[in-house]
Design a protein around this ligand. Structure first.
Ligand SMILES: *Cc1c(COP(=O)(O)O)cnc(C)c1O
Length: 341
């Protein structure tokens, strides 16, 4: 039995999900004739209290189309230095859209209204790129699953509105934040111009993200998705998995969060652990007292069939997920407890 805690993207569809996928009502989604996809888009838009939604093959493509919706070449977006949009989309903002990124050294990937003000550029100064967009990430990936307070997002929104800056949320793991903070999707829908949410991470579907926005923005997004090669045909097999995930796999995220917290509590007692970013959701980011121990530590875990990842600069990451079951969790706690470094 291999226990893979590298990411929450590794989950595989359960027999129940596969069964639901078999019953998809499919058609050609490029012609908007795929029943399950139309159902998913309507359901997610309603859930967030936003006008429209669009299914994407990946969160990266959804974020990239969102950036294009809000910018022109030469514009600038503001985001945290560790954000997915800046670090993990192959430089897409620059490659696809000619957009530069003003980088904030935020708190675990979270930025503030003051940070936005600090990086905002005077549109009348011809030397400077024009600030058109702020991108937030919730929960933060590299920040160890940290969540925003709604009050901070409201302050950021105020700064943006007064300066005609659009606000995008990379909500790949927004489901985790909603459950952890007992927030409602409509609270986010009311604050953002566009939101991307993912179904293939914590919710356990095999593929797909959804971009939310106004009717007008999503109409434009359909064209931009096509340009990027993301117009797909019988997507119902994928979107029915997302529908199943939405119905069955949201509230259970609490269990993933609880298990991550239990691992944190155990690691906190270990002399070989130097620092842990306090767990808020399903991601646990920590470092060892001595960086030289990283390889022996990962090797020891691997010998016990436990896989975790190294995310750079001495930081290690554990991600709990749908396929991480109670028996595995007990075994992981016991194994970690016995390790000596
Ligand atoms: C995974 C992830 C994405 C998008 O990932 P895809 O693999 O392209 O679906 C976007 N933002 C964050 C924060 C992520 O963790």
């Amino acid at each position: 039995m291999e226990i893979n805690l590298i990411s929450d993207t590794i989950t595989k569809p359960t027999p129940e999900m596969l069964n639901y996928m078999l019953k998809a009502r499919v058609g050609d989604d490029v012609y908007k004739q795929d029943g399950s996809t139309n159902e998913l888009e309507t359901a997610v838009a309603e859930l967030f209290g936003m006008e429209a939604a669009l299914f994407f093959p990946s969160g990266t493509m959804a974020n990239q189309v969102a950036i294009k919706l809000h910018t022109q070449p030469g514009d600038q977006l503001i985001c945290d230095r560790s954000s997915h949009i800046y670090q993990f989309e192959g430089g897409g903002a620059a490659v696809n859209h000619g957009v530069s990124s003003a980088l904030v050294d935020g708190d675990r990937g979270r930025i503030t209204a003051e940070d936005v003000l600090y990086h905002y550029t005077d549109p009348n100064n011809i030397h400077l790129p024009v600030t058109k967009l702020v991108c937030l990430e919730n929960t933060t990936n590299m920040g160890g699953g940290a969540c925003y307070e709604l009050s901070e997002i409201e302050r950021i929104k105020e700064v943006c509105e007064a300066r005609n800056i659009k606000l995008h949320l990379d909500g790949a793991r927004l489901w985790n934040a909603l459950v952890a903070k007992s927030q409602h999707p409509t609270q986010f829908g009311a604050l953002f111009d566009t939101i991307s949410v993912c179904f293939s991470k914590s919710l356990g579907a095999p593929v797909g993200s959804v971009l939310l926005g106004s009717k007008e923005l999503i109409q434009r997004a359909i064209r931009l998705r096509k340009v990027m090669g993301g117009g797909m045909r019988q997507t119902g097999y994928l979107t029915s998995a997302a529908l199943f995930a939405l119905k069955n796999n949201v509230s259970r995220l609490q269990r993933d969060h609880y298990r991550a917290k239990q691992i944190e509590m155990l690691l906190n007692k270990k002399t070989w652990v130097k620092e842990i970013l306090p767990v808020q959701t399903n991601i646990l980011v920590f470092r060892l007292e001595d960086d030289a121990n990283i390889k022996p530590f990962l090797d020891k875990l691997k010998q016990k069939n436990i896989l975790i990842s190294e995310i750079g600069k001495g930081w290690l990451r554990i991600v709990t997920h749908l396929d991480y079951r109670e028996v595995m969790h007990e075994y992981v706690l016991e194994t970690l407890n016995q390790i000596e470094l």
